[in-house]
Design a protein around this ligand. Sequence first.
Ligand code: AMP
Ligand code: ZN
Ligand code: FE
Ligand code: FE
Length: 288
Amino acid sequence: MGYVDLHIHTTASDGVMSPSEIVRYAKAKGLQAIAITDHDTIEGLEEGLSEGEKIGFEVIPGIEISAEHPPGSMHLLGFFIDIHHPLLNERLEYLQNAREERNPKMVEKLNQLGIKITYDEVVKASGGGQIGRPHFAKVLVEKKYVRSFQEAFDRFLKKGAPAYVEKFRFTPKEALYFINEAKAVAVLGHPNTLGMNGYSELENLLLELIENGLRGIEVYYPEHSPLEIAQFKNLAEKYGLLVTGGTDYHGIEKNGLNIGVGRGEMRLPYSMVEALKATRNRFFQTGR
Ligand code: AMP
Ligand code: ZN
Ligand code: FE
Ligand code: FE
């Protein structure tokens, strides 16, 4: 049995490899399965799934939804999502429209700051997929307004910085609802970004999410400390939640991070996928 990586981005959101490229790459790296989990979009899934079929590699259709959570950022993963589900498609379209309103406002703010950047340039940087702040950062680096991607975020794009514009988000309850409607197994992504003050605050939040359809926690994640991993594992056991993990690979070796292995520390067994499948089969009737 091989290893898996259950958190991967493609050009459909802000990754740099196309769905086919990432699937081939994962296979070449010797993995047994990956989940494609683009931000707020399923546009890469059809291509990723069909490439997987073509080359004989298991691809799990997934998504990563940003939910409203003022203390920090809450990302909800959905595994085995039904890409044809009408409510899901309607909700995602709503998010796309919200982005299309937001992005030109960020261009405007940058222009007001004296930065010559056009919406077209950002569209080009996105490679045709959904547009987000990483694409703005790319253009700012290319046009030498900043020296690095991180500087672009720190000076202009991060929350509270001068070119930042708020993006519409569904509440956790709303997001969990449509993830479940689309027969996906809902998992709390990288809980270390929630901005929770201690174990019991996280525990209370988890209880609320479980009531609304959460079924797992992403315990293994490159930015989690050993202590956090132990805490998240503990909470998963306490509440009978699934344990998942992934690298959040975006197609570039950022600080030595790579698909499947993270910074060398990750070994996620295929049994994680089997547990997800068992949960899916228990809660959702599927023809798949
Ligand atoms: P958006 O969807 O446009 O809000 O962009 C969100 C993406 O921007 C995230 O998935 C990260 O990849 C990236 N990002 C957000 N905040 C930061 C930050 N402070 N530093 C670097 N990258 C960030
Ligand atoms: Zn991303
Ligand atoms: Fe995330
Ligand atoms: Fe991610």
